[in-house]
Design a protein around this ligand. Structure first.
Ligand SMILES: [Zn+2]
Ligand SMILES: [Zn+2]
Length: 200
């Protein structure tokens, strides 16, 4: 009899726990007892990117939810420079800019590179100008890859007409190169033109 009573008490406890649990999980419950609005999603809900929680307390610490993190995406665009190659039939000078980045990282980079390279060209000497005109002649399809990297600080020439840039130091492209030879971007473009695989 004693064991039977113990089981009975245990059964009642289990029923209470279950009942309490059901109340706690009641999806129709919309307040916390103080008539304050609460989050309607289960704890730890992750909503898809672009579809944040729409519960009454969304955006506050009372919301249980997070939004899926943005993933880096491959992005590319072609920029056309202000200079042309007068020695080759007034050819357009351009470069493809590409990178696998978040939108916020990519935003403004192509425009910044265009103005950097246009400025380096316009302030460069005659030799630098002709190297820029040759390297970025549209027929050569020059490619500049922008990346997050710790392998190099500012730039890495990866082949003829291909250049990689460290996104964190794009603003240093117009700085004087530590090894001389003009600003970093001039040094990099000269190396692109001659397939000189250097990094800085
Ligand atoms: Zn939610
Ligand atoms: Zn919520």
């Amino acid at each position: 009899m004693k064991n039977w009573k113990k089981l009975n008490v245990l059964g009642i406890v289990i029923i209470f726990v279950m009942a309490f649990g059901f109340i706690g999980c009641d999806p129709d419950k919309k307040d916390n007892g103080n008539n304050d609005p609460i989050c309607e999603c289960p704890n730890g809900t992750v909503h898809p990117l672009g579809f944040p929680c729409t519960c009454p307390v969304a955006g506050t610490s009372a919301c249980n939810c997070t939004e899926e993190a943005e993933q880096p995406e491959f992005r590319e665009t072609t920029i056309i420079f202000n200079f042309i190659n007068t020695r080759m039939g007034n050819a357009i000078c351009s470069a493809k800019i590409q990178g696998t980045l978040l939108n916020s990282e990519w935003s403004g980079v192509p425009e910044s590179l265009k103005s950097t390279i246009d400025e380096a060209y316009s302030t460069g000497n005659t030799v630098a100008k002709s190297v820029f005109e040759d390297t970025f002649n549209a027929i050569y399809n020059a490619i500049i890859t922008v990346e997050k990297t710790t392998e190099y600080s500012i730039f890495k020439v990866t082949g003829v007409f291909t250049l990689s840039l460290n996104i964190d130091n794009i603003d240093k492209l117009l700085d004087q190169s530590v090894l001389g030879g003009g600003v970093n971007i001039v040094k990099a473009v000269r190396a692109m033109d001659s397939n000189n695989l250097i990094m800085e």
